[in-house]
Design a protein around this ligand. Structure first.
Ligand SMILES: Nc1nc2c(ncn2[C@@H]2O[C@H](COP(=O)(O)OP(=O)(O)OP(=O)(O)O)[C@@H](O)[C@H]2O)c(=O)[nH]1
Ligand SMILES: [Mg+2]
Length: 293
């Protein structure tokens, strides 16, 4: 049984909250109505129909959930989506325990989808992708088959059939692979999965280049030159580096390593405002290529 609640965050305190986000007009409110079991959210054909956050309650496999519908987020075009809608979606994200990103399965994935996905990944919250507007068998066939694979010890390194992938991207994982002692296996798995000429993208916390690299990367930071050398050792060519996720305010000498900074804020309330003002770590974004032959 589902029961709508008042449009207030305090009503359902203690119940896990699921936020529905995505670009305008992808069907967020339609999903909300389906989950909440009512027509409370207005659904419409023009983008920007939902302007406020809307709360409802649902039950899923015997557990109660609070669901939040939000207005569409379009990261690169703040003029098109009024600032208030963007702000409302951010509030919803902040209070969410998990996030569903809805996309329109009939349109190509575009840069704004990737930007939004990156922003959502950075929240560190469990993230689910919902591909909507797949109405016919023909459209279903276009999506292909989705196969989940595992990466990591013991022995699970076949992430995709050999030579099948055009692109492999990995965000803030390389330091974990190094810490876990399986970075060469993981990089070899990326190499193997890629087609000749395929691209590997790596983002991670950039360490100071005036200090030696800890071979376990326990602070979570990796020197950019160290990362490049490691990936080259796996057979890749270095193509380019981007400063898109750089942060000059990050001095990289924090008591709990990179996790001192948001989004983890490992010290809790201690100096929280200071760390929030610094923001997330200085991150490198590196592009590599598997040699064409
Ligand atoms: N064909 C098709 N249309 C759908 C589907 N789901 C939703 N729609 C339509 O898509 C349009 C947008 O749906 P909404 O639920 O209002 O989308 P939204 O993401 O909440 O949009 P905003 O609030 O404007 O950001 C409406 O006309 C819906 O009827 C679907 O699975 N298939
Ligand atoms: Mg809506």
């Amino acid at each position: 049984m589902t029961q709508p609640t008042l449009n207030s965050p305090s009503v359902a305190a203690g119940i896990p909250t699921l936020a529905i986000v995505g670009r305008p007009n992808v069907g967020k409110s339609t999903l909300f109505n389906r989950l909440v079991g009512s027509r409370r959210a207005i659904v419409g054909d023009e983008p920007g129909i939902t302007r406020d956050r809307l709360y409802g309650e649902a039950e899923w496999r015997g557990r109660r959930l609070r669901i939040v519908d939000t207005g569409g987020i379009l990261p690169e075009d703040k003029d098109f989506i009024p600032a208030e809608i963007f702000r409302q979606a951010k509030v919803a994200l902040k209070e969410a325990d998990a996030v569903v990103m809805v996309v329109d399965g009939r349109t190509e994935m575009a840069a704004p989808d990737i930007d939004l996905a990156l922003q959502l990944i950075r929240t560190g919250k469990p993230l689910f992708l919902a591909v909507n507007k797949v109405d016919t068998e023909k459209q279903k066939a276009r999506l292909g088959t989705i196969v989940r694979s595992k990466l990591g010890p013991p022995g699970e390194y076949a992430i995709a059939p050999p030579g099948s992938a055009d692109l492999v991207v990995t965000f803030r994982n390389l330091h974990n692979w190094i810490g876990g002692g399986f970075s060469s296996e993981a990089l070899a798995a990326c190499y193997k999965a890629l087609k000749p000429g395929g691209i590997l993208g790596i983002e991670d916390h950039r360490g100071r280049n005036d200090q030696p690299q800890d071979p376990k990367a326990e602070s979570g930071y990796l020197r950019q030159d160290y990362a490049i050398a490691l990936v080259k050792q796996a057979g890749f060519e270095f193509v380019a580096a981007s400063e898109i996720n750089a942060n000059i305010k990050d001095t990289k000498d924090w008591p709990e390593g990179v996790w001192t900074l948001p989004p983890t804020l490992a010290l809790g309330e201690k100096d929280r405002a200071r760390y929030q003002a610094i923001g997330e770590a200085d991150n490198f974004v590196l592009k590599f290529r598997k040699p064409a032959r």
